[in-house]
Design a protein around this ligand. Structure first.
Ligand SMILES: [Zn+2]
Length: 251
């Protein structure tokens, strides 16, 4: 009788412990959900973290520090590049968020932390890594080839939005290959991390490595040498290896 009473007590204690642990687990789980929701909402609506904003023509720029007066020239330069594209679309909203450090950019960009800029799917906010509007520059956190023009990067990101508007989200995510999307965005941007000479040297030394410069040359070749329209470029299928060989032979 005494034995069965003590084992009953033991079972009861185990039950209490489990219940306490499950309560702690529930609190942690709840805290995790709240944090996740707060982070998700911050990524989608980061405006509250950016104290300064400037509207210029079709752009709205958000910044953490007061914006340099040169930002208007940077945006005009981006606009001039975009206006040359046949898929230019004035109605596409251009919300540009200039982060002031690599760490803050990484916080808002998560998996795209190693890029110059990216746009948030669904809401199309353009997030830009640490930049210097006065000198039209944007920086990436690596030892070399770590800067390019801010105007070119903004033009590149807005072109992604034009492609999505023109050809649809499903095709952009599903069937349009990376070389076309990134190559055309680089073509519109008109400048990149490497100078043209550096890009050619890199490509000759690394002909099989994927690079935005190679994608840029592939698109440039189709538009300028083969006189393809943007519709042809995005709607036709190409043998990528064959095109790469033609581009390399034309250098
Ligand atoms: Zn891109």
């Amino acid at each position: 009788m005494k034995k069965s009473l003590s084992s009953l007590l033991e079972v009861y204690h185990q039950y209490r412990n489990l219940k306490r642990q499950s309560r702690v687990f529930k609190v942690f789980r709840y805290a995790f959900y709240v944090l996740f929701a707060a982070y998700f909402l911050t990524i989608m609506f980061p405006q509250y973290l950016f104290a300064h904003e400037v509207s210029h023509k079709n752009f709205k720029v958000y910044a953490r520090q007061p914006l340099d007066g040169n930002i208007d020239k940077v945006l005009d330069s981006a606009e001039a590049r975009l206006a040359k594209s046949p898929i230019y679309d004035k109605s596409v909203v251009r919300k540009v968020f200039l982060t002031d450090s690599h760490a803050f950019y990484a916080f808002l960009s998560n998996k795209a932390f190693g890029s110059f800029a990216n746009s948030i799917p669904g809401i199309d906010n353009i997030l830009v890594n640490k930049s210097d509007a006065a000198n039209d520059l944007v920086f990436i956190n690596r030892a070399e080839y770590n800067k390019r023009s801010l105007s070119g990067v903004i033009a590149h990101e807005v072109t992604h939005l034009f492609i999505k508007k023109k050809f649809g989200w499903a095709r952009v995510v599903g069937t349009i290959p990376t070389w076309k999307k990134e190559g055309y965005c680089e073509y519109v941007a008109g400048d990149g991390t490497l100078t043209y000479e550096e890009g050619i040297k890199y490509l000759k030394e690394n002909p099989d490595k994927p690079s935005y410069f190679k994608y840029y040359l592939m698109v440039k070749y189709l538009i300028e040498k083969e006189s393809l329209s943007i519709e042809d470029l995005f709607n036709r299928d190409f043998d990528e290896k064959n095109l790469e060989a033609k581009v390399l032979a034309n250098l």
